[in-house]
Each structure stands twice: as C-alpha cells, then as structure tokens.
Design a protein around this ligand. Structure first.
Ligand SMILES: [Cu+2]
Length: 240
C-alpha cells in the first residue's frame, strides 16, 4: 500500500507539478513558493520511512551538569513521535532541543555532536515554521519538579526515510531556543545522547548509507546543490 501511494505521488509530480495537492499529510507544504512546495512534498516522510521502527537516545549530562533521561523515537505512518523523559533540571526552565549532525557525545561540552542536523541547508527556525533545519525540534519545558515528560511529533524527519535521524546526536541546551539565527541562541549543551536504533549500536551514517536510505525521487529535483556542508553548519553552531 505504501508503495502504491508513493507511485501515485510520483505520477502526480511527473504529470502535473503543482496541479494536484500531492500532500500526504505533512505540515511543511505551505511556503507559498511553488518550487519550495514541490521540494517539501518529495521529502514527505510517510511512504518511505521505516514505519514501526524505534530508536532511543540515552541522554547524559555534559560536564558540570546534572540532567539525564531517555528520549524514544517511534516512526508512525505520518510522522516521527518523540517521547521525552528527562530529570535534573530547574523547575520551569525552557531548553532548546535539537538533533545535531553527529552521533558523538565524547566531548565534555557536547561539541563533538557538531552543528544542527541540516541536510536541506535551510535557515534555523522553531518547529511552528518551515522551512527550517531538519533537527530543529524547538524547546522542552521542565515542570515544577524539574522533569520533562512530553511527546513531540515531526513529519520532516524520520527513521529510515527522508532526513533520517538514527545515528545522529541529540542535544539539550541550557537556554531557550528563540528561533534566532544561526542556531537559536540556546547556549551551552547540557545533555547529549546518540539516537540509536533499538537493538543496534549505530555510528553516524556514512554518505553511502545516507544515499541508500534516501529514496531515488529525493535526489531528483532538489537536494545536492542546496546541501550545506557539515563543516558550515558546525561553524554556525560554534558562533555565540
Ligand atoms: Cu542544538
């Protein structure tokens, strides 16, 4: 069924770009720019993501911090559900929360995770707007006990499909993400985890693995020229 829907989507794109609302339920298609709209449609999650897949990021505090917990990623038909369970924050505080480029939390300050995961080369933004970095998950807020227990949902990232997050780094910041450039002014990295598929130990995906994971159509009208280098993203992240 998924394959059939994908073929219909492809046909619609090939025959009449823009004449059909070839929207499979995502939330990223209303930019007003026809070209951008088509790009977003091609990157819809549902038909090609690994529905049912699950990944876990065990969040550990960076040096001098005390927040820890578990974040579970579950791939559904229409998006990726992200269940956040953290403890050790100050009551009522708001913290930027992003997928970063590299699944490496070895640096004491978490900088080994690199810059924001941004394979589409967009500007940074909060999740209520598009386009944005694929890894822009906005903020989470601690309750009166300093815990975070919430579930977020995203259609622009996936497990095993477009903008795959498995093998990437997950970072919680000291300060709120205010949506500003280049990375939201969210400050220091206070917790870091590697998004790991259940039952596997994954490293950051290689270019070959990424190419294999991406569906053929995603390579067609869009990506390569707009792809930003990891190095450029990292430079941004290092900026104050
Ligand atoms: Cu971040």
């Amino acid at each position: 069924m998924n394959r059939a829907r994908w073929m219909i989507l492809l046909t619609a794109l090939a025959v009449g770009c823009g004449s059909e609302p070839a929207d499979d339920g995502g939330d990223e298609t209303t930019t007003g720019d026809e070209t951008e709209t088509d790009v977003e449609v091609v990157r819809e999650t549902g038909p090609t993501a690994d529905v049912g897949a699950r990944a876990v990021a065990e969040m550990a505090p960076t040096e001098g911090n005390s927040v820890s917990g578990t974040v579970i990623f579950m791939q559904g038909d229409d998006g990726l559900q992200v269940s956040v369970d953290l403890t050790g924050l100050e009551a009522g505080t708001v913290h930027g929360f992003h997928v970063h480029e590299t699944g490496d939390c070895s640096a004491p300050d978490g900088t080994s995770a690199g810059g924001h995961y941004n394979p589409e080369g967009h500007d940074h933004a909060l999740p209520d707007s598009a386009p944005r970095h694929a890894g822009d998950m906005g903020n989470v807020t601690a309750d009166d006990d300093g815990n975070v227990q919430t579930t977020l949902e995203f259609s622009n990232i996936s497990l095993g499909g477009p903008n795959p997050v498995e093998g990437r780094g997950l970072i919680l910041h000291a300060s709120p993400d205010d949506g500003g450039q280049p990375t939201g002014n969210a400050g220091a990295r206070i917790a870091c985890g590697v998004i790991t598929l259940d039952g596997e130990t994954t490293a950051a995906p290689t270019a070959e693995a990424e190419a294999a994971a991406a569906p053929a159509p995603a390579a067609a009208p869009a990506a390569p020229a707009r792809r930003r280098s990891a190095a450029a993203a990292e430079e941004d992240e290092m900026a104050p």
